[in-house]
Design a protein around this ligand. Structure first.
Ligand code: GLU
Length: 526
């Protein structure tokens, strides 16, 4: 009986706690200064997984306070790359939401209003120092081997002095008073972090002379008003967090919990550089990497999941959401392993193919890829892009390629393009032989038009007609692919199928009829 009562009390407490628990709200806050790269994608992804695994909300906020660095169209592209990756915000600049606007340049009134609170509390002050003075300070510090930082001179101006300068319209910015003492903070990933900011920095500018807020100020104000509960962001921001916490304290607001994600590195320990083409999400998209493969590539490195690290399995979003555990993220820098990406993509291609529902999508992807790889050819002009052909090719290549773009590599171009050249034929009897071969092939059933059967058939055909097998194969290769090497002839015939094979072989006799007897590598026009 006693136990029963106790149980009920505990259960009630538990349900009350659940009831009062604040909803988890996280955000991804990129600056629209360029394309989304893999580091940004990881930040977005981990926030998204955190939101989803806690029944929370994931917000996309655009931080464009540095207007000079804004790249037109970058915001839309960032958003599009996120959607492609399967990271769908609950609130964002396009869809909107209850705590918008979600673009900082549209929130200027907020910042002006909030900064007044700090000015009134004397936690912030107007600074009238000129760029020239700041420059001199910097140079002098460097000369005397000191840390270059603002000397906080305007902190000490009297109210009258400030009023007078403001009345005269003297150019100014607003700075935040850093406190001399700092509290260590508990990072969700790194544990206790101590960083004495005032040793390294003077009072930071929070409102610039053009009236725009700086990143630090806008970031804190927005996180507060957007009710952000947890901030997962790159480790490069760890040194700024004490400053942000001081701002929260000055406002009297509760700060979110911070977790800093360790640096992402190349396999050889070098830093990812924006100049590296292969770190942009767009690059992966264009080379035929599938979203889930990219997501697994990122999550495989660096921990954060209750999974077997050696596992070859491709995890779905549902799996990743279930497995995600911030405390399991490694503190050490994360090294990317490009080979893993290839493996994951291969698995994803097979997975997608195994489900008929994906076929139309895969076919359209391949069509796009092929038409852009061969811009001078069209389906009327020698591109073979029938749906059934594409599907057959995909089944055939699924264990041979890692990227869809491999499908348009030189050695596989025969899959799509009718060759424009004819093989060099020195013995005229081969024209008749090919004509005969076409007749014989026409008689073969579709079900028997497969590699093994064709291989036997071709050997027998050469023997019965008393022609050299290697010569016949060479001519056929020229007619089917226009290439010197590649898969075996019977395999090529199998993958191209009966109609396409015959169509390509006929090029010889068609050419023969219209141009007479001598044939050496003619260019056919389509
Ligand atoms: N705008 C910052 C960035 O682009 C956001 C940093 C943060 O998440 O606080 O990285």
């Amino acid at each position: 009986m006693q136990r029963n009562i106790l149980f009920r009390v505990v259960a009630l407490r538990f349900s009350q706690k659940r009831f009062y628990k604040k909803q988890v709200r996280v955000r991804f806050a990129p600056s629209p200064t360029g394309e989304l790269h893999i580091g940004g994608l990881r930040t977005a992804l981990y926030n998204y997984l955190y939101a989803r695994s806690n029944d929370g909300a994931f917000i996309l906020r655009i931080e464009d306070t540095d207007q000079l660095r804004v790249v037109p169209g970058a915001m839309e592209k960032l958003h599009d790359d996120l959607l492609w990756a399967g990271i769908i915000p609950d609130e964002d600049p396009i869809r909107g939401g209850p705590m918008g606007p979600y673009i900082q340049s549209k929130r200027l009134d907020f910042y002006s209003e909030q900064v007044l609170k700090l000015l009134n509390k004397k936690a912030a002050y107007h600074c009238f120092c000129t760029n020239l003075r700041l420059d001199i300070l910097r140079r002098e510090a460097i000369k005397s081997h000191q840390i270059p930082k603002y000397d906080n001179r305007c902190r000490h101006l009297s109210d009258e002095e400030v009023k007078e300068k403001l009345n005269k319209g003297v150019d100014h910015c607003i700075r935040f008073k850093l406190s001399e003492t700092y509290d260590p903070f508990q990072d969700m990933i790194f544990g206790t972090v101590e960083h004495d900011i005032s040793i390294n920095e003077g009072d930071p500018v929070i409102i610039k002379s053009d009236g725009f807020p700086t990143y630090h100020f806008a970031n804190v104000v927005d996180d507060h008003f957007m009710e952000i509960t947890h901030v997962l962001r790159g480790a490069e921001w760890k040194v700024s967090t004490p400053k942000h916490l001081m701002l929260y304290k000055a406002f009297g607001w509760e700060a979110p919990k911070y977790g800093h994600l360790p640096l992402l590195l190349n396999k050889d320990n070098t830093k990812l550089s924006k100049r590296q083409g292969d770190i942009k999400v767009d690059w992966f998209r264009k080379t035929g990497i599938f979203p889930l493969a990219l997501i697994n590539y990122i999550t495989h490195a660096g921990g954060g999941f209750q999974r077997n690290q050696g596992s070859q399995q491709l995890y779905s979003y549902e799996d990743l959401i279930k497995q995600f555990d911030v405390t399991k993220i490694n503190i050490n820098s994360t090294k990317l392993e490009p080979l893993k990406l290839q493996e994951f993509n291969k698995i994803e291609i097979s997975n997608l193919l195994a489900d008929k529902a994906n076929h139309a999508f895969l076919i359209s992807r391949v069509k796009k890829l092929v038409t852009s790889a061969f811009p001078n050819r069209s389906p009327e002009g020698g591109l073979q892009l029938e749906d059934s052909h594409i599907l057959k090719v995909l089944q055939w290549v699924q264990n041979r390629i890692t990227n869809l773009s491999d499908l348009v590599a030189e050695d596989l171009s025969f899959l799509w393009v009718i060759p424009t050249t004819l093989p060099d034929i020195t013995e005229p009897k081969y024209f008749e032989i090919i004509d005969l071969l076409i007749i014989k092939l026409t008689e073969i059933n579709d079900e028997e038009f497969v590699k093994m059967e064709l291989s036997k058939f071709l050997k027998q055909f050469a023997k019965q007609n008393d022609v050299s097998f290697p010569t016949l194969m060479k001519i056929m290769r020229g007619l089917l692919s226009g290439l010197k090497d590649g898969p075996s002839i019977s395999e090529m015939m199998d993958i191209l199928g009966k109609n396409i094979t015959i169509q390509r072989l006929k090029r010889l006799s068609l050419n023969n009829q219209s141009h007479g007897q001598a044939h050496t590598c003619h260019q056919l026009k389509f």
